[in-house]
Write a protein that binds this ligand. Structure first.
Ligand SMILES: NC(=O)c1ccc[n+]([C@@H]2O[C@H](COP(=O)([O-])OP(=O)(O)OC[C@H]3O[C@@H](n4cnc5c(N)ncnc54)[C@H](O)[C@@H]3O)[C@@H](O)[C@H]2O)c1
Length: 441
């Protein structure tokens, strides 16, 4: 039986801390490294600095196997494999910045110089294609004075998790993507994931370049699928009797299509899909190639917000009230359920436009309220309880399919309240005045 590796994880953010916690929970000694002292202190006390489903409990369970520090030397010298999970923010041209990555590589390289044993450096952060070859290997070789492939290994191993279900997704992946310079590095990672995953994932092993292109292509494909469903939705709204939900459900039954990510709703948002789609186009431009499909998907996705606003305007015009007397409430502000993250959330864009158009807007979200305050400030009224948020409202927009919206006590509400249920979460609820996206009325 092979010995369990010791691991280090650089960057204890939304993905890095979950990565460290998952490995530690499966018995791997894991050293987390961050520059944020507050995060380090909290992790060492068993307190999660991040709001993610199940993370607090997992950190507690795995406490004996996880420690956090800011000292790179200690982390590299006391581990066999290092995962780099620092942020790679998007630049104006859509590509990803390597600023944080380069800073951490310089430190890892300096630590590698002091290490005698072979060490594997794994990039998990999402990077532009060609980064492993031209940036990662280059910096590590120059700072350590060692040779990649002989003295240390380098691999690209990105994650396909969704916020809100990071732990579950990490432990139950469809497949593990490994871009390896050396077979031995890929073997180490395959062993590690075989010991960590709770399912039996398939492994896609290839060169780092192919893995880098695979990562952005996969998210770009999913954004295309979501947008295709929303295009059907837009079409159906022009034909009385058409229902995009019925149509997309049927499409999903064909195994060539599949039922995931094909339903009418708001456009995609969050910290991954929009930027990976745009990065795909940026990569194509860098190669002087065209990525018309990816560009069009981005454009159609952005149009989705105005489609919802137009729908709201059509519904509220029937009330024959001025906009400043038409009370709207928006339920759900995060970019998806089960997360407080509002980055690129179409729900937030909808609220901002409604406010600009002069509507008084009430908002409620089970987790994202605090983050939303940072963006919406005092332009809206926040509620801690959903029924209070709905009280006296003319039109309620269900912008995020939080499960708890199914349990609204409708008996307390005026029968005249109009619901724009963007995600068909209220299907089956009787006695309410509901409208949907993707339906021709
Ligand atoms: N969050 C997601 O849903 C998700 C999903 C897939 C891929 N990714 C990718 O993972 C990477 C990390 O994303 P995130 O959302 O976890 O970012 P994040 O901003 O939540 O966390 C980054 C962490 O890195 C730390 N850090 C920055 N510079 C450092 C340094 N030099 N040394 C040590 N620590 C440093 C920060 O303090 C922070 O804690 C990105 O490339 C992202 O694209 C994220």
């Amino acid at each position: 039986m092979k010995q369990l590796y010791s691991l280090s994880v650089i960057g204890l953010g939304k993905l890095g801390l979950c990565t460290a916690a998952c490995f530690a929970s499966k018995g791997f000694k894991t050293i987390g490294v961050d520059i944020d002292i507050d995060k380090i202190t909290k992790v060492n006390k068993g307190i999660s600095p991040i709001d993610e489903t199940g993370l607090q409990a997992m950190l507690k369970r795995a406490k004996k196997n996880i420690m956090a520090i800011s000292d790179y030397d200690f982390a590299i010298l006391n581990s066999d494999i290092t995962f780099i999970v620092v942020a790679t923010p998007s630049l104006a041209d859509g590509s990803f910045s390597n600023d944080y990555l380069e800073k951490s590589l310089l430190k890892i390289g300096a630590s590698l110089k002091k290490k005698k044993k072979y060490h594997l450096v794994v990039v998990t952060s999402t990077v532009m294609p060609q980064t492993v070859e031209t940036v990662v290997k280059y910096i590590l070789e120059n700072t350590s004075g060692k040779k990649c492939g002989r003295d240390f290994g380098v691999a690209y191993n990105p994650e396909f998790i969704a916020l809100g279900s990071v732990l579950h997704d990490f432990l139950n992946p469809d497949f593990i993507l490994i871009g390896e310079v050396n077979k031995i590095d890929g073997d180490m990672l395959e062993f590690l994931y075989t010991k960590t995953c709770e399912n039996k994932p398939r492994f896609a092993r290839m060169s780092p370049l192919n893995a880098e292109i695979t990562k952005i292509s996969l998210n770009c494909y999913i954004t295309t699928k979501i947008t295709f469903a929303n295009s059907i939705s837009a079409l159906c709204e022009g034909v009385k009797g058409a229902d995009a939900s019925v149509i997309t459900q049927a499409l999903g039954l064909d195994t060539r299509v599949g039922s995931k990510y094909i339903k009418p709703g708001l456009g995609y948002g969050g910290p991954c899909f929009p930027r990976d789609n745009v990065a795909f186009s940026a990569f194509a431009r860098r190669l002087e190639k065209k990525a018309k499909l990816a560009e069009m998907v981005d454009e159609v996705n952005k149009d989705q917000v105005m489609r919802v606003i137009e729908k709201i305007n059509v519904l509220t015009e029937r009330l024959h009230k001025p906009k400043n007397k038409t009370k709207i409430c928006v339920l759900g502000l995060s970019y998806k359920p089960n997360t407080p993250i509002i980055e690129d959330s179409q729900a937030i864009s909808i609220v901002q436009i409604l406010v600009n158009e002069g509507f008084p807007v009430n908002v409620y979200d089970p987790q994202a309220q605090q983050n939303a305050r940072g963006v919406l400030g005092t332009t809206v009224t926040y509620f801690e309880h959903i029924e209070e948020c709905l009280s006296g409202i003319n039109l309620a927009v269900i912008a995020v399919p939080w499960i708890e919206f199914k349990n609204i006590n409708f008996r307390k509400l005026s029968k005249k309240t109009i619901f724009l249920d963007c995600w068909r979460i209220l299907d089956g609820v009787k006695g309410i005045n509901t409208y949907h996206l993707g339906v021709g009325y």
